[in-house]
Design a binder for this molecule. Sequence first.
Ligand code: ZN
Length: 201
Amino acid sequence: MSGHSAGAEIERLIQLLARLPGLGPRSARRAALQMLGKKETLMRPLADAISQAADHVLTCSTCGNMDTKDPCSICTDTRRDAGVICVVEHVADLWALERAGANSGQYHVLGGTLSALDGIGPDDLNIAGLVDRISGGDVREIVLALNATVDGQATAHYITDQVQSYGASISQVAHGVPVGGEMDYLDDGTLAAAMKARRPF
Ligand code: ZN
């Protein structure tokens, strides 16, 4: 299949795929061809799954997780410890901690970190929602599970300032990981150990 004869539909598919993280134009082309070669076993089920997810997945208005219901299945799980809130940057970090079985409490997804460089301030993150949850007084412990980056740590300090007066203890996961390490890329064992070895912040 040469470039100019690929057809508008295929070109559009490749262009959209190339916008996914980790996929450049070259891998996007390979993925598109792979799908087209497996229309019934891969392409249609994938298209259905994408469409279903687009229709049904919501962002939890309490914690920021993604689920098919709001509040999400973690927020509504009464077996979890509602007195502990683990604060993460992204939904991917929440999922990583869940895979590792590292947190039996609740979560709060900030949606990123403060960043002077990128012009991201407190109002761009879900920090007010966190303060709101903690101000109720039922939260005993806040576990900051933010990336060991400059922005992650600046964000941890900012949050600490905001919530200190509510009396919950504040701890930070141990970063037995390279500085600059990202939570989502840690293996389950390292994540679980980091949660266990959290220390007062
Ligand atoms: Zn939730």
